[in-house]
Every structure is written in structure tokens, then in C-alpha cells.
Design a protein around this ligand. Structure first.
Ligand code: ADP
Ligand code: MG
Length: 218
């Protein structure tokens, strides 16, 4: 298993006290598998992704990435696992404005010493980003920015890609193109994908779907 959640619980504190968000969430994601995570706004989808990425800790239960229990690791080990095994793609692209497209794409892979030029060139080519490489993110359209984020995510050949409504900020036609390219490249690189989406049509294109409601999977 690339990712395993076992009885994961998570609460957040607000002005009224402790609010449970995840109440015993369990699922597994195998190598190369694609899984859609659906649920209403506020149901905890992003929280699942943040916990899977080790950005937030679960209150209870176990989270394993590539068989390694996140709670048993220290911060440095978790950060290392994040660099080598996990890639994130967000709705808001989250590119670094002061770096060119080329540097945005290789920045994270470089941190883990994993820049394989042939692989990166293949991603750039497949995503049609060649003409954009020397530009800065602000000069790009939303669709182009998200293609850069996808290239960045896959540059280090992650075992697990976590995507939070990656096409949510794009118009319908662009969203369709970007999604199709992303799914194809994820399949080519052999990464497992956990993707949050609002769209039943997008969820239907994944291998499986899990739905969050009332803090539990249905
Ligand atoms: P979704 O992505 O499904 O819209 P989220 O995971 O973002 O839902 O949030 C689920 C619930 O947890 C919401 O009520 C949200 O306000 C709350 N929440 C999420 N993150 C935090 C946080 N860091 N601090 C406090 N409350 C949070
Ligand atoms: Mg969210």
C-alpha cells in the first residue's frame, strides 16, 4: 500500500470547543491506483490530504505512507518522506512567483537530488510547457500555471500524488485538458493518486471513489 488510513480521527478547536472533523476514517491506496475523494464543502476532504501529506497530525489512528507510520517519524524524517514520496497539487497552483517556470518545475525535485532531465523534459513536452520555461508564473494563464504545478509534482517521481480540486479554478474546457493530461502522466509515472473533487464526472474517471460525510466514509 502506498497510503493507508486506519481509524483516523481529527478535531479542530473553534470558539465553541472541539469540533470533530474525521471520525474513524479508514482506506487504502495501492501503487498506481487512482482514488477520488468527494464530500460536501467542509466535510474534511482537505484535512484528509493534509494528514496524508504529514502537514497535519491525526489525533488518533494510524497513517502510513509506503508502509511507514507518520506518527512514529520525527519532523526531519516526515519532511524527507514528503520530498521523496509525496507530491501535492492545490487548487490555487501555489507556484513560487520569484522563480521561472523552469526553476519552479525542478525546485522540489532538486531538494531531494532527483532531477532526471530526460524525465522532466518529457513532462514539459507532454504538458506543452516548452515556450513558457523562461517566463515567470504571473505571465501564465491559470491552465498553464496548473500544468507547471503538475510538472513540478511529478518531477521527482513521487509514489503518491495528492491533489485538492486541481481543476477547480479553471474554466471547463481548460479543466478537461489539464485533467486528461494529469491522469495520463500519473499513469505513466506509476504514481498513486488521491484527488479531491466536487465533480461526479471526474470522480467516475478514477479507479474508485470514497465519500466523506459526517466525518466518516460512506
Ligand atoms: P473540505 O476540504 O471538505 O471543504 P476541510 O478539510 O477544509 O473541508 O475542513 C473541514 C472542517 O474543518 C471545516 O469545518 C473547517 O473549518 C475545519 N478546519 C479545517 N482546517 C482547520 C484548521 N487548521 N483549524 C481549525 N479548523 C479547521
Ligand atoms: Mg477543501
Amino acid at each position: 500500500m502506498v497510503l493507508e488510513f486506519e481509524g483516523v480521527e481529527k478535531s479542530f478547536r473553534d470558539s465553541e470547543g472541539l469540533v470533530p472533523v474525521l471520525r474513524g476514517v479508514s482506506f487504502g491506496l495501492k501503487a498506481g491506483e487512482t482514488l477520488a475523494l468527494t464530500g460536501e464543502s467542509g466535510s474534511g476532504k482537505s484535512t484528509v490530504l493534509h494528514i496524508a501529506a504529514g502537514l497535519e497530525a491525526a489525533d488518533a489512528g494510524a497513517v502510513r505512507v509506503s508502509g511507514q507510520d507518520m506518527a512514529q517519524m520525527d519532523d526531519a524524517a516526515r519532511a524527507g518522506l514528503r520530498r521523496t514520496d509525496i507530491a501535492l497539487v492545490f487548487q490555487q497552483f501555489n507556484l513560487i512567483p520569484s522563480l521561472t517556470v523552469a526553476d519552479n518545475i525542478t525546485f522540489q525535485a532538486a531538494l531531494s537530488g532527483r532531477v532526471d532531465k530526460t524525465h522532466v523534459d518529457g513532462l514539459v513536452e507532454a504538458l506543452g510547457l516548452g515556450p513558457q520555461m523562461r517566463k515567470y508564473p504571473e505571465a501564465l494563464s491559470g491552465g498553464q500555471q496548473q500544468r507547471v504545478a503538475i510538472a513540478r509534482a511529478l518531477a521527482a517521481r513521487p509514489r503518491l500524488m495528492l491533489a485538492d480540486e486541481p481543476t477547480g479554478n479553471l474554466d471547463e474546457a481548460t479543466a478537461e485538458d489539464v485533467l486528461a493530461q494529469m491522469l495520463k502522466l500519473v499513469a505513466q509515472t506509476g504514481a498513486a493518486l488521491l484527488m479531491v473533487t466536487h465533480s461526479p464526472a471526474i470522480a467516475a474517471r478514477m479507479d474508485r471513489e470514497i465519500h466523506l460525510s459526517g466525518g466518516q466514509l460512506t
